[in-house]
Design a protein around this ligand. Structure first.
Ligand code: HEC
Ligand code: HEC
Length: 379
């Protein structure tokens, strides 16, 4: 059963700005009424999971999560730094990320699109503008459950304190857009991290492929200090990865470099919610890329070109199609990615500002790269 969460991002929204064309919700999500259904189901949480994160209690301070070498704020060198090739846009925040897998334990990559991480796995992601503001923490517990937490850095930069479960809607933060920064609620963490095949989003075959996409927006250049797919295999941390992915590192198969980058961008920024295995599967909007599929682009094309839109922003009433080849301004996907009206924007969580670089890429993809309507697209 699903209930709406008190999202840090939406707590102050009272106005209904979204005009749903359908009150029927994708499988598993419940509606309080039509408008909530259409606009706020991105901030629902599975209450079956609620509470799991309270036992054992979360550490009160970041230093107690094991990120640092004891007594310092230096990241323990035994943790592996990594950088996904298609990062999530978070209002231009600068990010650093680390992975810890307990000694002797391994990640099972038998399913290359849904890696299974061992209990004891920990991951951290630091967000900053002028200085570190928040560090997020994900841990797999001994019973197999996952827990999520956010830590907010103190002014001195000596440690970070556990943020409340409901997040912090507005944190004053120098360098952040409009001087404010939002810490997501733990329900929001789960909405994104438990919306697809695996709860870890940036440590995957495609995201850590050494065949990095040179057009990926906001990606860091490949660095020798950061672990990639072969690096995980070489360290003995990853087992059962299909041999072909070592011989031929995964990449988005697409008709052009721009299409590759646009599909990769949507994988990194949209695919954790829009896929065909998670709670939103019945929307039939698949923006994720699967390394196991030989033609990863076909599914995206089928679910965007082949579908009219059920959830359209009010300002785009005449627009009916998810994507119209050649016409970004007539494509609901583009309008929703461009919108920063909290009730219609995509992604619905985690940003105050639209991502101009990502939007320019999607614009080029729709304008120049898509098959003309006469060409048949099949899944
Ligand atoms: C809007 C969706 C979204 C929300 C909300 C969100 N995350 Fe993430 N998170 C992502 C994506 C996508 C990645 C991988 C891409 C990247 O790091 O740029 C990621 C990466 C991470 C990582 C690095 C490990 C990994 O999965 O790649 C951690 C740790 C993390 N998030 C913790 C959290 C915590 C804790 C919260 C809540 C306080 C949270 N996240 C909220 C989407 C989200
Ligand atoms: C945190 C989860 C989440 C993320 C991330 C997300 N979406 Fe959505 N999206 C939703 C939900 C929930 C809906 C259905 C309710 C609504 O329309 O608001 C939706 C609806 C849509 C629709 C309308 C579908 C229809 O048939 O009318 C489009 C188009 C869309 N999203 C595109 C995107 C794009 C593009 C991205 C990435 C830039 C993205 N979304 C990221 C949750 C998400």
């Amino acid at each position: 059963m699903l209930v709406p969460s008190r999202s840090a991002h939406r707590s102050d929204i009272t106005d209904a700005d979204c005009a749903p064309q359908s009150a029927a919700l994708p499988g598993g999500w419940i509606a309080l009424h039509g408008i909530v259904a259409a606009c706020a189901i991105g901030v629902c949480v599975d209450i079956a999971h609620a509470g799991a994160e309270d036992s054992p209690p979360l550490p009160q301070r970041l230093s107690e999560t094991g990120l640092f070498s004891p007594g310092t704020t230096q990241v323990d060198p035994k943790h592996l730094s990594f950088s996904p090739q298609y990062p999530l846009w978070s209002d231009g925040a600068i990010k650093r990320r680390w992975l810890h897998v307990p000694p002797g334990a391994t990640i099972d990559a038998s399913n290359p699109d849904a890696w299974v991480f061992p209990p004891g796995t920990r991951l951290w992601k630091e967000f900053g503008h002028d200085r570190p503001i928040e560090t997020r923490f994900v841990e797999r517990l001994a019973d197999g459950s996952w827990r999520f937490a956010a830590y907010v850095w103190n002014a001195e930069g000596t440690d970070a304190e556990l943020a409340p479960a409901k997040g912090i809607a507005k944190l004053a933060a120098k360098g952040a857009p409009r001087g404010t920064y939002a810490v997501p609620s733990r329900d929001d963490c789960r909405t994104c991290h438990e919306g697809g095949a695996a709860p870890v989003l940036g440590v995957s075959a495609l995201q850590l492929s050494p065949d990095r996409d040179p057009l990926a927006p906001h990606a860091e250049p490949k660095s020798a200090a950061q672990v990639d797919l072969p690096g995980l295999v070489a360290r003995g941390i990853l087992r059962n990865l299909p041999r072909t992915l070592i011989d031929h590192p995964p990449r988005v198969t697409a008709s052009s470099p721009v299409a590759r980058a646009a599909l990769g961008y949507m994988h990194g920024n949209c695919g954790h919610c829009h896929n065909d295995v998670g709670p939103l599967a019945s929307l039939e909007l698949s923006l994720t890329q699967e390394t196991a599929l030989s033609d990863t682009a076909a599914k995206v094309l089928y679910s965007t070109l082949g579908h009219s839109s059920s959830f359209r922003p009010r300002e785009a009433q005449p627009v009916t199609q998810r994507v119209v080849p050649g016409r970004p301004d007539s494509s609901v996907l583009m309008l929703r990615a461009r919108s920063r009206n909290p009730m219609t924007q995509m992604p619905p969580l985690g940003t105050q500002l639209a991502d101009d670089e990502g939007l320019a890429l999607i614009d080029r993809w729709i304008r120049h790269e898509l098959p003309t309507p006469t060409k048949e697209v099949t899944p």
